[in-house]
Design a protein around this ligand. Structure first.
Ligand SMILES: Cc1ncc(COP(=O)(O)O)c(C=O)c1O
Length: 394
């Protein structure tokens, strides 16, 4: 028996590819939950998700479907009427015509990355992404055996990857892909329409396919966000119902893919997932009918953004990146600390405000930064500014 157990233990060794970095924000959430259990009231600015529930139209459509529809598998690429509705969204939002045949419904944008990376890259391929950036980009690439090439962004380039950086990395060793994001997480900064056009055009001219993470589109305050789909039919666009549409837990998103990738992605999705949760697809289609409700939520974020941008400098945090879009403010805390994890823990413990240390997003300079998510209720954001001010000036 003992021998069998030892054999079984040797049998089960986690693969090297599964050895990806944990998401530190989850640890902050757990610490906040522990304090709440002790009766403390915590202001949550750590998790990147809307406080609002799914739009009423989405919930009503899901309710009706539960009563009347058989919740069965759908086509692997998604329900036809949802794909058509998403294509129409590109006409309404960006004024571009999009063939619904190029739209793929996914299990959140997270599954979109997996499908895009599998469809485009071989193990060993070099793929450029910005640092700081959303951690799963590099972790999914690593798990697939690809090599994330981190391009450092800074104030000098207004916190965006530049053409020169991209071409320099390509000259060092060929890149097989580049991922751009605007508005971006954790920076909250955006690429201008011109920058998107220049990056996509130049990358494609060099034979580098572009993936554009547009999950925060709709949440643009500084200027309208540009889609890579306008620039090129070859760009892979990834989007989601999680953020603007307030449907994180429904796990539904979409991709716009080049015609050549539709069938390969269909085959991958058939095998990896069969299809995306049907109830979520039905709800997502109805979410497009909640424009007024969603715009009101966006106006709430705009107010939160104003309160933070004006209040944090008075509280003592006067250095942060341009707050263009999404619902993040990335603050430089180097005046106070060079250990953002310790700073975040102390702020949580002593001020009762939870935020995410920059090391989640940037292994090099993240120790100097903290990400605040302002997708919560406006009163909570006011309270956070008050608490941070009191704490830093104690
Ligand atoms: C930049 C970015 N991309 C993608 C995602 C994944 O979202 P989902 O899988 O819910 O669509 C997130 C979530 O926080 C994000 O911040």
């Amino acid at each position: 028996m003992a021998g069998m157990f030892e054999t079984a233990q040797r049998l089960i060794t986690a693969s090297r590819r599964s050895d990806v970095a944990p998401f530190i924000v989850m640890d902050v959430m757990a610490a906040a939950a522990r304090l709440e259990k002790q009766g403390r009231r915590i202001v949550h600015m750590e998790v990147g998700q809307p406080a609002a529930a799914a739009p009423s139209t989405a919930i009503a459509a899901a309710r009706a479907a539960l009563e009347t529809a058989r919740i069965a598998y759908t086509e692997a690429l998604g329900i036809g009427s949802l794909r058509a509705r998403i294509a129409r969204h590109y006409g309404e939002t960006y004024g571009i015509e999009l063939d619904p045949a190029r739209v793929v419904v996914t299990t959140g944008s997270s599954a979109g990355f997996l499908l895009a990376f599998l469809a485009l890259f071989e193990p060993g391929d070099r793929v450029a992404i910005a640092r700081p950036g959303y951690p799963p980009y590099r972790n999914i690439l690593t798990a697939l055996g690809c090599e994330p090439v981190l391009l450092e962004i800074s104030a000098e380039t207004r916190w965006s990857v530049t053409l020169d950086q991209l071409l320099a990395a390509h000259a060092r060793a060929p890149l097989r892909g580049v991922l751009i994001a605007s508005p971006a997480n954790p920076t909250g900064t955006m690429l201008t329409a011109r920058a998107v056009a220049d990056l996509v055009t130049a990358a494609e001219a060099e034979g580098i396919p572009v993936i554009s993470d547009e999950i925060y589109h709709g949440l643009d305050y500084a200027f309208p966000a540009e889609t890579a789909a306008r620039v090129s039919d070859r760009a892979v666009v990834i989007n989601s119902f999680s953020k603007y549409f307030c449907m994180t837990g429904w796990r539904v998103g979409w991709m716009v893919v080049p015609p050549e990738l539709v069938r390969p992605i269909e085959r991958l999705q058939q095998n990896l997932a069969i299809s995306v949760p049907t109830l979520s697809q039905i709800a997502a289609e109805a979410a497009f009918d909640a424009r007024a409700e969603l715009e009101a939520i966006k106006h709430g974020y705009e107010e939160n953004r104003r309160i933070l941008s004006e209040g944090l400098p008075k509280a003592g945090l006067d250095k942060f990146l341009p707050v263009d879009g999404a619902f993040y403010l990335y603050a430089d805390i180097s005046r106070f600390s060079n250990d953002s994890l310790a700073f975040a823990n102390a702020m949580l413990e002593e001020a009762g405000v939870a935020a995410t240390p920059g090391i989640d997003f940037d292994p090099v300079h993240g120790k100097h930064f903290l990400r605040f998510c302002y997708a919560g209720a406006t009163d909570e954001i006011r309270e956070a500014v008050r608490r941070i001010g009191k704490w830093l000036n104690r």
